[in-house]
Design a protein around this ligand. Structure first.
Ligand code: G3I
Length: 412
C-alpha cells in the first residue's frame, strides 16, 4: 500500500518534470537519452532558446520563452577590505577543530544585527564553528527590497566575518515564498516579466558573492508532505520549469558554488522524502546542475527521524552522487512534560544520533544548527512559548547536547 503510494508519487513527479523541464532546458543540458524518452520531441526542445549566452549559443534565441538576463546594473562583486585582519582559528578545543579532523563543516545560522552588538556571541561563533549561514540577511526582502535596489550590507558583513575567521558560508536562499518584499508578493507582472525578475535576482545575488559561497540553497521547501510539488508563489507565476532555470541561472552566476535543494520533514523515509528524491533525481536526469540536498532537521523531543531511515535516505542520495547537509537543526523541548534535566539529556541524544548518522555517511559534509544560542533561536518567537532548542544556552554556555557531540566528534 505504502509502496504503491510512493511509486505513484515518483511517477507523478517524474512525469511533471519530464513534461515541464524538457520544455525549458537548453540543449546543452539535456542528455540525449533522457530527452528522447520524454514525451516532448527533441526538435521541440532544440527550438527552446538558451537561458543565457553559452559557447554553444552565441546568437540571440529565436523564441524568447525563457529570457536570459544579466545581473542588475551596478552590482559589484563582493570584496573583502584589503587590510582587514584575518584571525587565525585558535587551537583551543572546539567543535570546529574536532569537525575539521573528521572532514566536516559545523555551522550555525546567524545575523549581523546581534553579532555586532554581542561580542561574546561573535567570539563563540568564530571559536566553535567553521561555517555560517545568514538566517535572514540574504533573503529576498532584505537583499532586494525594491525592484531597482539591492542591499548587500548585512550579507557582506557576514561574509566578511566568515573570511576573517576562516569560515565557509552557506548562502540562503534564492527561491522561496517567505520573507519576500511587497513589491514581489503584490506585484502584477506578465509571465515573461516574472521570469526576468527571478533570473535577475538570482544572477545579481549569486554574482555578487561569486567565489565566496560554499553552497547555495537555490530552492527551499517546494515539496508537500505527500511528496507532490507545492503550489508555491513561484510555481503559481511560472510553473515547475522555474526550478530547473533557477539552478541553471545560479550555476551561470557562480560556477563553483554547490547548488542545493533544501527542505524540512523529508529527513527520514516518508512520502515527502520520496518526493524530494524523485525531484532531485528528475532534475539530475535532465542535466540540471544540482549538487546536494539540505535536510533542515527542525525537530523536537520524541519526533526526530529514526536513525536507520536518515541513514537510508542519505545513502540513496549518495548513490545519485549528491551531497547532504544538515542545514537547520534545532530540537524543541516545549512539547515534553519531563523535568528539564531529562529534556536536555533527550535533546543531547537526538543531536548525537543525527550527527552520528552524518559522520557515517560519506556524502554528509556539513552539520548546522538554526541559530547560535538559545537566546537567538527563532523558535520562541514562532511558537510563542519559551524553548531551548540549540547547543548553547541563552548565556552562550554549552549544554549537554554540545558535550554529546564533542564526545562523538572526538571518538570518545
Ligand atoms: O525584521 C522584523 C522586525 O523589524 C520586526 O520588529 C519583527 C516583529 O515580529 O519582525 C522582524 O521580522 C522577523 C524576521 O524573522 C527577522 O528576524 C519576522 O517577523 C519573522 O517571521 C522572521 O522569521 C524568520 C522565518 O524564517 C521567516 O519565515 C526566522 O527568523 C527564520 O529563522 C526562519 O528561517 C527559516 C528558514 O529560512 C527556512 N527554513 C525554515 C526556517 C524556520 O522557519
Amino acid at each position: 500500500m505504502v509502496k504503491s503510494y510512493i511509486v505513484k508519487i515518483s511517477r507523478s513527479i517524474f512525469l511533471c518534470l519530464g513534461l515541464l523541464l524538457a520544455s525549458c532546458l537548453p540543449p546543452r543540458l539535456a542528455e540525449p537519452g533522457v530527452v528522447s524518452a520524454s514525451p516532448v520531441s527533441t526538435n521541440a526542445i532544440r527550438a527552446i532558446p538558451l537561458p543565457s549566452k553559452t559557447p554553444e549559443a552565441t546568437s540571440p534565441p529565436a523564441q524568447a520563452n525563457f529570457p536570459s538576463c544579466e545581473p542588475a546594473a551596478g552590482i559589484l562583486p563582493f570584496k573583502i577590505v584589503a587590510n582587514q585582519e584575518i584571525a587565525q582559528p585558535t587551537d583551543a578545543p572546539s567543535l570546529r577543530l574536532l569537525a575539521k579532523q573528521r572532514n566536516l563543516f559545523v555551522g550555525a545560522a546567524t545575523d549581523p544585527g546581534y553579532l555586532h552588538k554581542d561580542n561574546a556571541a561573535s567570539q563563540l561563533l568564530a571559536r566553535e564553528f567553521n561555517m555560517l549561514v545568514p538566517e535572514v540577511a540574504m533573503k529576498w526582502e532584505v537583499i532586494h527590497p525594491e525592484p531597482e535596489r539591492y542591499d548587500f550590507s548585512r550579507g557582506d558583513a557576514l561574509v566578511t566575518f566568515a573570511r576573517q575567521h576562516g569560515m565557509a558560508v552557506r548562502g540562503h536562499v534564492l527561491v522561496w515564498d517567505l520573507q519576500m518584499p511587497d513589491w514581489v508578493t503584490n506585484g502584477k507582472f506578465t509571465r515573461q516579466e516574472w521570469m526576468q525578475i527571478l533570473c535577475t535576482h538570482i544572477k545579481s545575488v549569486v554574482g555578487h558573492y561569486r567565489g565566496q559561497i560554499y553552497a547555495w540553497d537555490v530552492l527551499n521547501e517546494a515539496v508537500n508532505q505527500d511528496g507532490t510539488l507545492r503550489n508555491t508563489f513561484w510555481m503559481s507565476k511560472l510553473g515547475p520549469e522555474h526550478i530547473a532555470m533557477a539552478f541553471q541561472w545560479a550555476r551561470e552566476a557562480d560556477p563553483t558554488a554547490k547548488l542545493f535543494y533544501n527542505d524540512n520533514g523529508g529527513e527520514g523515509l516518508n512520502p515527502k522524502s520520496q518526493g524530494i528524491y524523485a525531484l532531485v533525481q528528475g532534475l539530475q536526469q535532465m542535466g540540471v546542475p544540482i549538487n546536494g540536498v539540505g535536510m533542515q532537521m527542525h525537530t523536537s523531543l520524541g519526533r526526530a527521524p529514526a536513525a536507520s531511515e536518515l541513514a537510508a535516505n542519505m545513502q540513496r542520495l549518495a548513490e545519485l552522487g549528491l551531497e547532504v547537509h544538515i542545514t537547520e537543526m534545532d530540537v524543541r523541548l516545549q512539547y515534553s512534560t519531563s523535568d528539564l534535566a531529562t529534556k536536555l539529556a533527550e535533546q543531547a541524544d537526538i543531536y548525537r544520533e543525527v550527527l552520528s548518522v552524518c559522520l557515517s555517511a560519506p556524502n554528509c559534509k556539513a552539520f548546522l544548527t538554526w541559530g547560535l544560542t538559545d537566546r537567538y533561536s527563532w523558535i520562541p518567537g514562532f511558537t510563542g512559548k519559551p524553548d531551548a532548542p540549540l547547543l548553547f544556552d541563552k548565556d552562550g554556555l554549552p549544554k549537554p547536547a554540545y558535550f554529546a557531540i564533542v564526545k562523538l566528534l572526538a571518538n570518545q
